[in-house]
Ligand binder design. Structure first.
Ligand SMILES: C[S@@+](CC[C@H](N)C(=O)[O-])C[C@H]1O[C@@H](n2cnc3c(N)ncnc32)[C@H](O)[C@@H]1O
Length: 232
């Protein structure tokens, strides 16, 4: 997962407005948080692009499963503490005022059981009155099997064409993502398979409520995928 594509991640997602997204997160955290501190944990922090802006208002730490992603994030933010861990099972000796898990990273969990465990595990790391914000992957109802997707990078010394066809296996969305990458040294092709759980709105809400969170839903969210917001 992301092993070979991590180095192109920022170029591939340069269309995302992380600054605007972080501004909305800040506003939501301030609205829903009842604890008084500003410690924030970014779970599945990727290359740390939200952290670039969140660190202006919060004392931030990051956590991700992928060593490649962590390496890129640490290079971008040498002053920030990053942890290697799985959102389902990580254990930190610290509690936070806000925990975020964004850009559908939660979808990497393939079962409802793991979704529930991850939401509970993240909520266990909140201070009383702290807030958990999760940006979901799309629902089974929204998933369009057979739809065709492409994304291109056109920089002077890096060209990437990335394509996939949406497939389904039971309640999993399966994305075999083909990358054709040109740098001054060579042109290479590789495929990365991502399998993401298709959870319903009720399943996300259920996971939040079972974790003891007072929960609300913002249907627009950061980029149209919605946001689940829970306060402990
Ligand atoms: C789509 S990227 C999102 C990265 C970042 N949040 C962003 O908005 O750009 C998904 C991230 O989730 C991480 N990830 C996947 N499964 C994970 C897990 N079980 N625990 C922690 N991180 C995970 C991946 O390594 C990757 O960095």
């Amino acid at each position: 997962m992301y092993d070979r594509s991590a180095q192109f991640y920022d170029a591939l997602y340069s269309f995302k407005n992380y600054e605007k997204e972080a501004a909305k997160l800040h506003q939501l955290i301030q609205t829903h948080k009842r604890s008084t501190g500003n410690d924030l944990l970014e779970v599945a922090s990727g290359t740390g692009s939200h952290i670039t802006f969140l660190k202006k208002n919060y004392s931030v730490e990051g956590l991700d499963l992928s060593p490649q992603m962590l390496k890129l994030a640490k290079k971008k933010h040498p002053e920030i503490v990053f942890h290697r861990g799985d959102m389902v099972s990580f254990k930190l000796k610290k509690h936070f005022d806000a925990i975020t898990c964004l850009f559908s990273a939660i979808g990497h969990l393939k079962t409802r059981r793991k979704l529930g465990l991850a939401v509970r595990n993240m909520s266990r790391h909140l201070k009383p009155g702290g807030v958990l914000i999760v940006e979901p992957w799309i629902t089974p109802q929204q998933w369009r099997k057979g739809s065709v997707h492409a994304n291109f990078v056109d920089q002077p010394e890096l060209k990437v064409a990335r394509m996939n066809i949406s497939k389904t296996r039971g309640r999993l969305s399966v994305l075999d993502i083909h990358h054709l990458v040109a740098t001054p040294n060579r042109v290479e092709h590789f495929v990365e398979r991502l399998e993401l759980g298709l959870f319903t709105h009720d399943e996300y809400l259920d996971a939040f409520r079972r974790a003891g969170l007072e929960t609300s839903y913002d249907s627009e969210g950061l980029m149209g995928r919605g946001l689940y917001i829970g306060t402990l």
